[in-house]
Design a protein around this ligand. Structure first.
Ligand code: ZN
Length: 342
């Protein structure tokens, strides 16, 4: 008999990146984090339209559910399809049956009008009853005016700001620039190069940090000043896998590290989306609720997911509300459209 746990939370995701796998190689080989942004992610996000976004989010949500992840904290950017984008993501997740907390990543990369439209999308979505935070891409792509406007809007709306902080060495000034703005309800993503303590929860994304070669964030050292949660930064939503990786990255830094710490980071996600605690996941392994087992057992799979309201959302590993084969086929068509634009 497999163990039963609550639904898992992915505390930092980019559902728009689900179509990126297999994308054409960039014109020039990126040699560092800034070039990875320039050559890959900032070319991809400008090419997105709402139809691509819908199937990207649907695929990402369905794959999350198949991993027992019933709640996603998403951070979104599509500079040529801003208006309505958060509703497209929220609707796609609702269709699959996955909870989502949305944010549009405001930035001045496309001028002050782009920043204004990003703020407006956050405000529109949240004022219309959407579950969201005010997103900011990162301090290094925003003016001080934009950072102040985002912080002010979030305070007005009674929500936090969801922002990448000091992911790479190019954003070291973020600590000083955000020090007077950050609050306890902010979600600070990465903090690899953060040079001081800021108020808020820190989202740790070990696989993404390794993939971008930015170094180890050492989140255990931020505790107890900050709560730490776990995210994937857009590389799927398999949270047991991310927990395993968080543990072994922690262990590589400190031989005294225990898997219970990474497990706690995973469970801290319930502070962001509490209802996931009422979802029920049945696993194909009878110790899927034990940090010491999960850390050393790759391949544990979710079999069934039942929502807090009693609805079966996943049965025998397959989503019930959507046909996963159809979702993959439609997402693949949209990926081809996206790649043709790159
Ligand atoms: Zn991110």
């Amino acid at each position: 008999m497999g163990a039963i746990t609550s639904g898992l939370v992915c505390s930092h995701h980019h559902l728009y990146s689900s179509l990126a796998r297999g994308m054409p190689a960039p014109p020039k080989q990126p040699t560092g984090f800034q070039e990875i942004l320039d050559q890959i992610w900032w070319r991809l996000d400008t090419a997105l339209d709402l139809e691509m976004l819908r199937w990207s989010a649907m695929l990402g949500a369905a794959e999350a559910l198949m991993c027992g992840t019933t709640a996603i904290v998403d951070h979104h950017e599509s500079p040529n399809a801003i208006e309505g984008s958060l509703s497209v993501i929220a609707d796609a997740c609702a269709e699959v049956g996955v909870r989502v907390l949305c944010a549009y990543g405001v930035t001045d990369r496309h001028g002050s009008d782009g920043a204004r439209r990003g703020l407006a999308e956050n405000e529109r979505f949240i004022r219309a009853g959407g579950r969201g935070m005010v997103g900011v891409h990162a301090a290094f792509t925003c003016t001080d005016d934009t950072l102040h406007a985002a912080a002010g809007l979030a305070a007005d709306l009674g929500v936090g700001v969801h922002i990448h902080v000091a992911e790479g060495p190019g954003d070291i000034p973020a600590g000083a620039r955000l020090e007077s703005l950050a609050a306890d309800d902010w979600l600070l993503v990465h903090c690899v190069y953060l040079d001081r303590s800021l108020s808020g929860t820190i989202a740790h994304n070990p696989r993404s940090n390794m993939n971008n070669a930015v170094g180890y964030a050492a989140p255990a050292r931020r505790f107890p000043a900050n709560r730490v949660v776990l995210g994937t930064d857009g590389i799927g939503a398999d949270m047991l896998e991310e927990m395993r990786l968080a543990y072994v990255a922690h262990r590589a830094d400190d031989v005294l590290a225990s898997p219970e710490t990474a497990w706690q980071w995973l469970e801290n996600g319930y502070a962001l989306i509490p209802e996931a605690q009422h979802d029920r996941v049945t696993w194909n392994y009878d110790h899927a609720d034990s940090p010491w087992h999960v850390a050393f057992t790759p391949g544990v799979r979710a079999l069934d997911v039942v929502s807090g309201t009693g609805e079966v959302l996943l049965r025998d590993g397959r989503p019930t509300r959507v046909d996963i084969d159809e979702v993959r086929a439609r997402a693949s068509e949209q990926a081809q459209r996206l790649f043709a634009r790159l």
